[in-house]
Design a protein around this ligand. Sequence first.
Ligand code: ADP
Ligand code: MG
Length: 162
Amino acid sequence: MTDTASVRLELPELADTMRFGAALGSRLRPGDLVLLAGELGAGKTALTKGIAVGMGITETITSPTFVLARVHNGTRDGLPTTLVHVDAYRLGGSVELDDLDLDTDLSRAAVVIEWGEGIAAGLASDPLHIKLIRHPDDSRSAVVSAGARWRDTVSALVPDPA
Ligand SMILES: Nc1ncnc2c1ncn2[C@@H]1O[C@H](COP(=O)(O)OP(=O)(O)O)[C@@H](O)[C@H]1O
Ligand SMILES: [Mg+2]
């Protein structure tokens, strides 16, 4: 694995998760892939809402559990953005993104997949991995890891890794 060392970010409140998501979303580029892990209620959809804000998407983001995937369009710095939000909870490990028949060009979108680790093997891009952990006090932590091409993004998001 060529992953850089994981960095951990503390997210005491929902607003912290939203801010983190927005900072990430403002840096996502077409073709980027983000895989979100963490148990039910950990905050994967909440983080995706923040990512959408950072991409200039004004539509409401809801959990796509029953539709598997949604496509959202926005505008950032005067340029169109596309977020493909997938919930792979119900997908078998063998399913690939192409099978979802999304009526969109994935190379022009940033793709965020909840429960995506299982289908990651079938995806070519070097993904950003974010694992959300819910603590007994209801705060969250995010463990971020990715390959070298994400290094600048990760250091911008987590300026002072512990
Ligand atoms: N620090 C936090 N980060 C993310 N969500 C939080 C946080 N604190 C409380 N929450 C709440 O936890 C829930 C997370 O739900 P959701 O994002 O749908 O989880 P998942 O998609 O991982 O199942 C939301 O109701 C959100 O308001
Ligand atoms: Mg969810």
